[in-house]
Write a protein that binds this ligand. Structure first.
Ligand SMILES: [Fe+2]
Length: 306
């Protein structure tokens, strides 16, 4: 029997926005995503190099927030296996049938110890990337805005980072690449992966159920610099950067969409194999861990979440 892989990667993030038209204008015109579908109260977006139906869904709600995040599993059987493990851990699993959710087949949803709704899905409608699979070009021509090729990761808040992290590791099979340890010896930040990148999800201390940011991959530093130019040209509020993380070693810019959700563009970092030994940072080095060049973390970066 071939060993199954379980979770492959981040599938999509579902957020709420108070203004659908503004969200559409920003996420297509400035970020450079493609709109893949629209319903009465939701808009679905994908990046140009993504094959699946969407990686971001926005739903109208007067409050800015997060509905759920969704990870994709390798096989249909993984859903049953992971459903059992989540139930054994003590959380009730809600099954979503085919046809209930836009752009995807059956999925399972459950609450995590950090108070987030998480979804696992296998069958997502393939709409294809812009380059095609037959003698493809190297870049899509005529894209608007930053135009990242794909979504990369998200960072969520948790009151008990250690408990949340154990859930992602023990129940869902994530591997811990890096951790930030507080002066009391407890984890205050953790970075976890399934896709052999420095992180697919990260957890930092903060209120349960909150989203800190989600991030888009860019190919290199030159694209990060270009992204900064586009953000500044469009008067988008930059939170931090362009700079570099100590954790992940990635290059980054943090900024806010016009409704207040923090976005990131990210490139670089190392390639962790499954036997990668965890890197540990201590709280007295938190500045360099988070922002390697500045050596300090601003108040807004710690306190603002949605
Ligand atoms: Fe990030």
């Amino acid at each position: 029997m071939v060993a199954r892989m379980g979770i492959l990667r981040l599938s999509h993030v579902d957020i709420t926005v108070p203004d659908l038209d503004l969200a559409a204008a920003y996420y297509t015109g400035v970020l450079g995503l493609l709109e893949s579908e629209r319903t009465d109260d939701r808009i679905f977006f994908k990046c140009w190099d993504e094959e699946d139906h969407h990686s971001l869904a926005v739903r109208y709600d007067p409050r800015v927030g997060i509905d759920r995040f969704s990870f994709k599993v390798e096989d249909e059987e993984d859903l049953e296996e992971l459903e059992t493990k989540v139930e054994e851990y003590g959380f009730r699993v809600h099954r979503v049938s085919r046809g209930e959710e836009v752009g995807q087949g059956a999925s399972i949803r459950f609450e995590t110890p950090s108070g987030h709704e998480m979804e696992l899905v296998h069958d997502v409608e393939k709409v294809g990337g812009l380059l095609g699979k037959f003698n493809p070009g190297a870049i899509p021509v005529g894209m608007q805005g930053i135009a990242p090729p794909r979504m990369d990761h998200l960072l969520i808040n948790a009151e008990e980072v250690g408990v949340a992290t154990r859930f992602y590791m023990d129940v869902l099979g994530f591997r811990l690449t890096e951790q930030l340890i507080g002066s009391d010896g407890h984890q205050i930040g953790t970075w976890l992966e399934r896709s052999h990148t420095p992180h697919d999800i990260a957890v930092v201390n903060g209120p349960n159920g909150a989203l800190h940011h989600f991030a888009y991959w860019l190919d290199d530093w030159d694209h990060v610099r270009q992204a900064a130019d586009i953000l500044a040209y469009n008067s988008i509020q930059i939170d931090v950067g362009p700079t570099r993380h100590g954790v992940t070693r990635g290059n980054t810019i943090y900024f806010f969409d016009p409704m207040g959700t923090r976005n990131e563009v990210f490139t670089g970092g190392y390639r962790p194999d499954p036997d990668f030994p965890t890197i540990t940072w201590t709280e007295d080095n938190i500045g360099r861990a988070v922002f390697y060049y500045e050596g300090e973390v601003n108040e807004r970066f710690i306190k603002v979440h949605t």
